[in-house]
Design a protein around this ligand. Sequence first.
Ligand SMILES: C[S@@+](CC[C@H](N)C(=O)[O-])C[C@H]1O[C@@H](n2cnc3c(N)ncnc32)[C@H](O)[C@@H]1O
Length: 222
Amino acid sequence: MLPWETLEKALTPDGSELTLARRGQDYSIRIDNRELMTSRTHGSEEQLAQAACAPIRRRQAPRVLIGGLGMGYTLRAALDTLGPEASLVVAELTPQVLEWNRTHLAELAGRPLDDSRARVELVDVGNLLDGKTKWDAVMLDVDNGPESLVRDGNDRLYDLAGLARIHRSLTPGGMLAIWSAGNDPRFVNRMRTAGFKNSRSECARARGGKKGPRHFVFLGNT
Ligand SMILES: C[S@@+](CC[C@H](N)C(=O)[O-])C[C@H]1O[C@@H](n2cnc3c(N)ncnc32)[C@H](O)[C@@H]1O
């Protein structure tokens, strides 16, 4: 088997080490030597976007927010689900991840950054969920899920106060979707307590359809 080749290394704003590696056609992003994301599987990252965007796609000029660029699969699926009047903001913490999406990773999801509906802001996604700016849909894939945090700072997105802030940042009937490596019924309850209607978790297979490990998408609407 081919060995992994390290292409780039970068420090995140909070001092963790990110590594971009390639083996043949496969790419991997690791954080402090733990795999954050691989190009081999992206079915659940796509399902995250489809579940959040399908219910609001017929709105006039919907505005959506994606937390975490990664390899651009969620952004690609959101672009493909939404119409020509939509506008999409991707909040990404690490400048090098954006740079890698313009170079090494650009083709993986079909160059989503070239779409004029999409814009990346190098900012913590939490800063764009202030209750003042309103979104029709918010998609979060910034961590392994609400209870297994790669980055401690992301805790503030998932606690009750954070969920209430997200609720206030959505238009009426707006959608919240959160990616998670595992299921978490207590988190679904917390979403309900924060005011989200139809709070639920959906299984999302890593390879799409019925294939690959089981990931989960937490969903609710205002
Ligand atoms: C698992 S990847 C996202 C994968 C993405 N859904 C895809 O389809 O490729 C997580 C991304 O979130 C970024 N990130 C982590 N915490 C963040 C935060 N608080 N705000 C914005 N971006 C964040 C990481 O730098 C990384 O690029």
